[in-house]
Design a protein around this ligand. Structure first.
Ligand code: CTP
Length: 504
């Protein structure tokens, strides 16, 4: 639960865009220069929600208007969305709006023969990979908890074995009412039901407090986690990301152009797959990825990153060093602001003022954090993922350098990328990487949005992480029930109970 305490809710649009963005394959030219042993892989799976059947249940609260935006985001992520609206919901948002956004007929009436003929409520529930109810009113939650089937949505929920993601939205007193909390507790006692939100803030009813529908991007992130492979469940993963800034004086620093996007994508994808992630971020302009499961720790310098990393790595199963740690820092930090007049150098005289025209800065090496963690590990734990930031377009040279770093730093895989190519590497939203494993096996993952690449990387790494490094008994169970912390969706239960029996 601790890792969820620092939940921040700014979104990383890059991740959302990644669901639909195409990823051009390597050009024939680039491929022709790859060594014969190289495997160039097509990344087929762009988004976890792509192709998933989602029933979006909309119930009657003022937040129902946000269901339109949620529907749009789900469709954009590639999901097949079937909307089920309660009568009360249709008073807040029209079925036509939802039909237009979902590009599908909106189901409303349990007893409408025509609707039942199109897709019966049992089939709707059967075929759903996930049911999202947003907003979920106190009344809807009560109906689900009571196991009633008097309206179409309640019947679909009751008749289905699919996971149900509830995004509650209501007046703060309704939310805090023990009856609502008991109903919710009853549902959460069944592994099928999860919640995301509500958020706290100004409510439409004039009250301020918990009860606001959480941002639709958070609902999508929670949904992604529910349908994600779950192959990192129970893993404790530490990811470092971004640059480090090494102070020269109180206002200047030595830094680099790393944006942190690749590390953040690795953290987001790992959390989505069930890991508890500690994200140690250098100075970056990125919000913590949505969806929960990430504890973020901000640092500035390599020394600060080292302290945070050593503490976190002690309990980690995996450490991913995506940070571009500065190799050198100024030998000393000047107090205040270094003045041109106070630095030693060639001095030019302009009138009566003496001004330095050159200046020397003494640098000292920062410790190699990855190598240090590697030296300190026992029994191969934590499993180490290094990155290699290289400036070379030559694929063979890239692998050669990666192999050297792999052995120098004694890690379990190096993810090498050419940070000199425009559009990929530092700062860009896309990247292309080569995975290099001990023994020399390598695989090229072609240019793709960083979040897509991160998932593709975990696809390849998850099965290699030794089982003895597995901690705990399985999936993380988040403890928070309400408020901001509840934005971290409860981890999905294993899908073993999802087998659908044939109807007689
Ligand atoms: N790294 C580290 N500590 C440092 C420098 C780098 O832990 N002081 C880690 C990076 O996070 C990355 C890996 O080492 O996972 C390789 O970093 P990179 O910058 O590519 O290589 P360097 O080790 O700095 O070597 P060089 O500058 O010669 O390429």
């Amino acid at each position: 639960m601790g890792v969820l305490a620092d939940f921040r809710r700014r979104r990383d649009r890059g991740g959302t865009e990644a669901f639909v963005a195409p990823f051009p394959f390597h050009s024939r030219f680039a491929r022709s220069r790859l060594p014969a042993a190289f495997e160039v892989t097509s990344l087929a799976n762009v988004s976890g929600l792509k192709g998933k059947n989602i029933v979006l249940g909309v119930t009657g609260g003022i937040a129902a208007y946000k269901a339109g935006e949620l529907c749009r985001l789900l469709v954009k992520a590639g999901a097949v969305v079937r909307v089920v609206m309660t009568d009360a919901a249709t008073r807040f948002i029209t079925p036509l709006t939802m039909q237009t956004l979902s590009a599908s007929h909106v189901a409303r009436d349990l007893f409408d023969a025509d609707e039942e003929a199109r897709i019966g409520h049992i089939r709707l529930g059967d075929e759903a990979d996930l049911i999202i109810v947003a907003p979920a009113t106190a009344d809807a939650i009560a109906r689900f908890a009571a196991g009633t089937a008097g309206d179409l949505l309640a019947a679909v929920v009751l008749a289905s074995r699919s996971p149900v993601l509830l995004a509650p939205a209501m007046n703060v007193n309704m939310w805090q009412n023990p009856l609502t909390q008991q109903n919710l507790g009853r549902l959460l006692g069944l592994s099928r039901f999860k919640t995301v939100g509500p958020d706290a803030g100004d409510l439409a009813c004039g009250w301020v407090g918990e009860g606001r529908l959480i941002d639709p991007t958070e609902i999508v992130a929670a949904a992604e986690r529910l349908v994600a492979p779950g192959d990192l469940a129970g893993r404790r993963i530490v990811v470092t990301a971004g640059p480090t800034f090494e102070p020269i004086d109180d206002v200047r620093f030595l830094g680099n152009r790393s944006s942190g996007k690749m590390g953040f994508a690795m953290a987001q994808a790992a959390a989505r797959r069930g890991a508890s992630v500690i994200l140690i971020a250098g100075p970056v302009a990125l919000g913590t990825p949505p969806g929960g499961g990430i504890l973020r720790q901000d640092v500035q310098t390599a020394a600060e990153m080292r302290v945070a990393l050593i503490a976190a790595a002690a309990r980690a199963d995996v450490v991913v060093m995506a940070a571009a740690v500065a190799d050198f820092k100024p030998a000393s930090r000047a107090e205040g602001k270094l003045s041109r007049r106070s630095v030693a150098g060639v001095v030019a005289h302009a009138g009566t003022r003496a001004r330095a025209t050159t200046m020397s800065l003494a640098l000292v090496a920062n410790p190699d954090l990855l190598a240090e963690i590697s030296r300190g590990r026992r029994g191969g734990r934590p499993w180490l993922v290094g990155f290699a930031a290289e400036v070379t377009a030559d694929a063979q040279e890239l692998v050669k350098r990666a192999i050297r770093k792999l052995s120098e730093k004694d890690c379990d895989v190096i993810i090498a990328n050419d940070v000199g190519t425009a559009g990929t590497g530092f700062g860009g939203d896309e990247n292309a990487v080569t995975l290099v494993f001990p023994g020399g096996a390598s695989e090229v993952l072609p240019r793709a949005p960083k979040i897509v690449l991160a998932d593709a990387i975990w696809d390849r790494l998850a099965g290699r992480i030794p089982n003895r490094a597995r901690s705990g008994s399985g999936r993380r169970v988040d403890g928070a029930v309400s408020g901001r912390r509840a934005a971290a969706v409860r981890a999905p239960g294993p899908r073993v109970a999802q087998t659908r029996g044939r109807r007689a």
